[in-house]
Design a protein around this ligand. Structure first.
Ligand SMILES: CC(C)(COP(=O)(O)OP(=O)(O)OC[C@H]1O[C@@H](n2cnc3c(N)ncnc32)[C@H](O)[C@@H]1OP(=O)(O)O)[C@@H](O)C(=O)NCCC(=O)NCCS
Length: 161
């Protein structure tokens, strides 16, 4: 794989439709035909540049291969924290090549640039979650909270200098 570029979703809005189809396949309970979510609408809302929510995309050899967003909405009704790192997704052919790591780091930097002191993420509460990968990057557990369909583990990272 050649170099991977991280860019604003705002500059690649043609990626919204294909990414929304990936979201529908990856999270059918939420974004599928019978789910409450609206993948195109959520991605469109993340097409801002200066105010949350803001989406980022990863581009490898001209192909959009991943995304992440920085958002205000909490995945749990019990938590009024923000900003959240959400919608972290890498297309199947590009996984395990460090692209999510690049997206996570870019989202952290963007949160810092916007003046936030910490950033939150919700990962699966089960054993195969990404928690360890986040922990290796300095993220710490906040707790386990209910979300729409299951419990999530909330992690935070302090990003202030
Ligand atoms: C999870 C996902 C974003 C990982 O993308 P990726 O580009 O393959 O990840 P990377 O190659 O950058 O790996 C980053 C770290 O995560 C770890 N990792 C990657 N996929 C993992 C998985 N499925 N489970 C646990 N850890 C995983 C890697 O081992 C790596 O760890 P290290 O660098 O600390 O050793 C991708 O598999 C995906 O889109 N999955 C479906 C959607 C999803 O689960 N999103 C996450 C919601 S929190």
């Amino acid at each position: 794989m050649g170099s991977v570029e991280i860019s604003l979703l705002a500059d690649h809005t043609d990626a919204i439709r294909p990414l929304s189809e990936h979201f529908q396949r990856e999270w059918p309970q939420y974004y599928g035909v019978h789910g409450p979510g609206d993948a195109v609408g959520d991605l469109r809302r993340c097409s801002g540049r200066d105010e949350l929510p803001i989406g980022l995309v990863a581009i490898a050899n001209g192909t959009i291969c991943g995304t992440v967003s920085l958002k205000t909405e909490s995945p749990s009704p019990q938590l009024w924290l923000f900003p959240w790192m959400g919608a972290l997704y890498v297309t199947p052919d590009y996984r395990r090549q460090g692209i999510a790591a690049r997206l996570i780091s870019a989202a952290e930097q963007m949160a810092k640039k916007l003046g936030f002191e910490r950033v939150f993420v919700a990962v699966g509460a089960g054993p195969n979650s990404l928690e360890q990968a986040f922990a290796r990057r300095g993220w710490q557990p906040v707790g386990i909270y209910p979300s729409l369909f299951s419990e999530v583990k909330v992690l935070q990272k302090l990003i202030a200098d």
